[in-house]
Design a protein around this ligand. Structure first.
Ligand code: NG1
Ligand code: MG
Length: 468
């Protein structure tokens, strides 16, 4: 089933997925096995798992074609699966809060943003990719350990896990890279115009290694994180609401990047209809990132652009705006902050490349240098991309005052988690003081803090677990 040079998707021992905590994992999979058998009167035939991720640096640039720097978490989505003969998809969750769902497997509708719609995205995406004339029914039980709406990519983990489970159910064969591409595309059925970072790291991760993920073509390069550093994730406890954010914030940002690329193309005598991303624009102009930053200064004004102004620059009628410029998901936006958004994208792309260089050179100051870039990334996200929120800014400030070398929001933002780089030897103290500083006064108890504030190491990629 595996592609060339890629590790096998199949494992037979949980120790290969969770080195260091396979005992807890055994317990969890045993519980799922039991619950599955009780609910469905059959035993699961196999398990699929896909991890969440934390992005160390490179935010909101994957969909512009730029490389990002994430690592997989140990926290994941696991699905227990049995194929059925009655053409049904029956989707259960171990957490009763997530209501079960059933439909005909030939009549999959992605008509909302409920938790099981992410399963349906993965199911539909793989069935289409395999070009199946008939699909099989599946009984599935889903269990997740990734905090939801926290910027740790629980949604993509569910899409990827569903995709992997469906691949096996239909005896299909795809490489990890192909799976990542299919799952990135099919998550868009839900309505967000995201990039491919989350699905790529979920499939391409390797234990102990952060990855530089680059696109067109999709590829992943190992990055050695500074040996004396640890990464701590902390949740600001404001949920990023997918349904709201998807329509009002995320897709408008994507649109602002597309429009910036087209206006800059027009200003530089290129055919703007051919240019779809800021990355493509840079390639076509054959300039480096600093030159692209200069181009913004020269060609874009700081005040937001109206739709009317954009149409007049591109010489199109208002009625062509949606057809040529923005997706329908962003059609209601009135103002577009092209200067700030494109400045963020090109400077953030630069920071990713510099981060990779810092890690490769591995000087004695690598942790400090990487930390500084992470903090710069946060302030660009907060002030230029406006994808933070007051609580997240406050949390990042608290992280810095507790001794972090650099902290930033991670994932789409508008709530969710921050990631901090701290010295390994300081990690325990850092976690304790951050708890006192940010969480204790909000009434959280130290005993429950491991879900909202934890150190993490690069985890393993998606896998099919076939117990012997
Ligand atoms: P999350 O945090 O999962 O919503 C989203 C996109 C990524 C990337 C980040 C911002 C999806 C599935 N994920 O992540 O591709 O653009 O925002 O860097 O849309
Ligand atoms: Mg997501």
């Amino acid at each position: 089933m595996e592609g060339e040079g890629e590790s096998s998707l199949i494992v037979h021992s949980l120790a290969d997925i969770y080195p260091g905590s396979s005992q807890a994992a055994n317990e969890r999979y045993r519980m799922m096995n039991k619950m599955f058998t009780e609910k469905l009167n059959v035993k699961p035939q196999y398990f699929a798992r896909a991890p969440g991720r934390v992005n160390i640096i490179g935010e909101h640039i994957d969909y512009c074609g730029y490389g990002v720097f994430p690592m997989a978490l140990e926290q994941d989505i696991v699905i227990a699966v049995a194929v059925n003969q009655d053409q049904k998809l029956r989707i259960f969750n171990t957490n009763e809060q997530f209501k079960s769902f059933e439909c005909d497997c030939n009549d999959v509708k992605i008509d909302g943003i409920n938790w099981y719609h992410y399963f349906l995205c993965g199911y539909k995406g793989i069935c289409e990719a395999l070009n199946l004339s008939t699909t099989v029914g599946m009984d599935v039980l889903v269990d997740g350990t990734i905090p939801k709406s926290a910027g740790l990519s629980s949604s993509s983990a569910l899409v990827c896990c569903a995709g992997l489970a469906t691949l096996r159910a239909n005896n299909g064969s795809l490489s990890r890279v192909e799976l990542a591409e299919v799952c990135a595309a099919c998550e868009r059925y839900i309505g967000t115009q995201g990039g491919g970072m989350d699905q790529s790291i979920s499939f391409l991760a390797e234990g102990g290694k952060a990855k530089l993920i680059e696109f067109n073509p999709l590829r992943a390069t190992n990055v050695n994180l500074p040996a004396d550093s640890a990464f701590v994730i902390s949740n600001c406890m404001v949920e990023m609401k997918k349904s709201e954010t998807a329509s009002t914030h995320f897709n408008v940002r994507v649109a602002e990047c597309v429009i910036s690329a087209k206006i800059l193309a027009q200003c530089n005598n290129l055919k703007w209809k051919d240019i779809k991303t800021l990355g493509e624009l840079q390639k076509t102009l054959d300039k480096d990132l600093n030159q692209m930053l200069q181009l913004i200064e020269k060609n874009l004004h700081k005040d937001p652009y109206t739709r009317q102004e954009i149409c007049s620059i591109l010489k199109i009628e208002d009625s062509d705006f949606e057809k040529h410029v923005v997706s329908s998901a962003a059609k209601d936006a009135a103002l577009f902050k092209l200067y700030d958004r494109s400045l963020h994208v090109y400077s953030e792309a630069n920071r990713v490349l510099t981060s990779k260089k810092i890690c490769d050179e591995a000087s004695s100051e690598a942790s400090e240098l990487l930390g500084r870039l992470m903090s710069e990334s946060h302030s660009s996200c907060s002030s230029k991309y406006e994808c933070s929120c007051p609580e997240l800014d406050k949390l990042v400030e608290a992280c810095m005052s507790c001794g972090s070398l650099g902290s930033r929001l991670t994932g789409a933002g508008w709530g969710g988690c921050a990631v901090s780089i701290v010295r390994k030897t300081d990690a325990k103290n850092f976690v304790r003081s951050l708890f006192e500083e940010y969480y204790a006064c909000k009434g959280y108890k130290w005993e429950d803090a491991d879900q909202i504030l934890f150190s993490t190491e690069p985890g393993t990629g998606a896998a099919l677990y076939l117990p012997n």
